[in-house]
Design a binder for this molecule. Structure first.
Ligand SMILES: NC(=O)c1ccc[n+]([C@@H]2O[C@H](COP(=O)([O-])OP(=O)(O)OC[C@H]3O[C@@H](n4cnc5c(N)ncnc54)[C@H](OP(=O)(O)O)[C@@H]3O)[C@@H](O)[C@H]2O)c1
Length: 375
């Protein structure tokens, strides 16, 4: 029986993780749940899964409950320190997940990693302390599976697939409304990652995540647009062979794999929607258009410039997406704001994960200042 801690249990990845665990009660036990602000949802999950401890970042929990309760960031840290777990599913959204993910990695269990920001911003520090990282992001899970039994010297390129988002074929992007950007054609995800998929920033962040996970130089990490989201990513080898991993666009598949690796769970028995129907399936691939979707290019450039630029990129993107969702800036101003913040920032490279968090804070301040003139 594997003991599982879920950081971000009330989110899209968190809820899917609980569905997988519920289907395999003889394999997994939830020992800890951590959420941001959705107190009622968190308490309902706790009542159902009976963990040993629960933490809420933004708010207090009653202390007369049949499990330990914690609150605030320091409470999350205490929970991670006190609860023994074999696997931590790190699924807090955004840079808020950096410290909790780092603390969980340091504790020594398996890190089932969804919070890409922890690697984008603090890859060096998380890798230094983590015993084992199994990716949850479907693209990285795919690459992880394609590389099984292979040697890195034989790999020519890693090829991440991207759906291209809802605006792949839309000419005019100036008038995109938040509700349109929140409608992803294939995946159901949290708001931030859905908007990032529409701007292609999500793919940019995934390129940086892949850089840390797989140890390949940036110029050998490529992106292709694949609107059907059936091929989750590919590895091209030096003999010309390409190995891909395919599957239905359902996050329960990579989540289950991160929980059960190296075994595979009989997921299809419980979730028939995880099956792909080959007949009528059409798979197409295109080159990404970085003129119309400059965020992808900005992500590559930030990593080429070196640290701390990826931290600045991520912080500026989080501020830009927030402002866009509040209706304060246009969809097309998201990359403009990020580019300007990258060009006007001058932070030193971080020497610790705490310094990463400080650069993230200062870069957000800078982004809000730069955005002032559009508000
Ligand atoms: N969804 C996907 O299909 C998908 C796929 C690949 C990778 N990812 C990555 O997985 C991560 C989570 O994505 P998501 O779509 O699940 O996001 P989401 O639905 O927005 O959920 C985010 C979770 O993080 C919690 N949270 C936010 N701020 C917090 C804080 N300061 N302290 C503690 N918890 C906090 C939220 O709690 P409350 O809701 O209670 O506030 C919620 O449980 C992201 O990094 C994303 O890029 C997601």
């Amino acid at each position: 029986m594997k003991r599982v801690l879920i950081l971000g249990s009330t989110g899209s990845i968190g809820q899917n993780t609980l569905k997988v665990i519920e289907a395999f009660p003889e394999r997994f036990k939830v020992v800890g749940l951590v959420a941001g602000t959705r107190k009622e949802e968190l308490l309902a999950q706790a009542e159902k899964f009976k963990p040993e401890a629960v933490a809420l970042y933004g708010g207090e929990l009653p202390d007369n409950l049949p499990f330990k309760t914690y609150s605030g960031l320091s409470g999350i840290r205490k929970l991670i320190e006190k609860v023994d777990f074999d696997i931590c599913v790190a699924a807090i959204s955004g840079s808020a997940g950096i410290l909790p993910t780092y603390w969980a990695a340091k504790k020594g269990g398996r890190l089932a990693l969804a919070n890409k920001e922890a690697l984008v911003c603090a890859g060096k520090f998380v890798k230094e302390v983590a015993r084992e990282i199994i990716p949850v992001d479907s693209e990285h899970s795919a690459i992880f599976q394609c590389l099984k039994g292979e040697e890195l010297k034989d790999v020519k390129e890693i090829i991440l697939t991207a759906s291209g988002g809802p605006f792949r074929e839309r000419e005019e992007l100036d008038s995109v409304k938040p509700e349109e950007a929140l409608k992803h054609p294939n995946w159901e995800m949290g708001k931030k990652v859905t908007v990032d998929s529409a701007t292609l920033m999500n793919k940019g962040l995934e390129v940086i995540e892949a850089y840390w996970l797989f140890g390949l130089p940036l110029e050998r990490i490529k992106v292709v647009i694949h609107p059907q989201s059936i091929v989750h990513s590919m590895v091209k080898f030096r003999d010309g062979s390409v190995i891909s991993q395919m599957g239905a666009p359902d996050m329960k598949i990579p989540i289950a794999y991160a929980l059960s690796h190296p075994e595979r769970l009989p997921l299809l028995d419980s979730f028939p929607s995880c099956e792909i129907d080959f007949f009528g399936l059409e798979l197409t691939f295109y080159e990404p258009d970085t003129q119309r979707f400059p965020c992808l290019k900005l992500a590559y450039e930030s990593l080429k410039r070196g640290y701390p630029y990826p931290i600045v990129l991520n912080a500026a993107d989080e501020v830009a997406v927030e402002l866009f969702l509040e209706g304060k800036i246009k969809f097309t101003q998201i990359p403009l704001l990020i580019e300007e913040v990258l060009n006007s920032s001058d932070f030193p490279p971080p020497g610790s994960v705490e310094e990463v968090v400080e650069i993230d804070r200062r870069a957000r301040e800078l982004a809000r200042k730069v955005a002032q003139r559009w508000l």
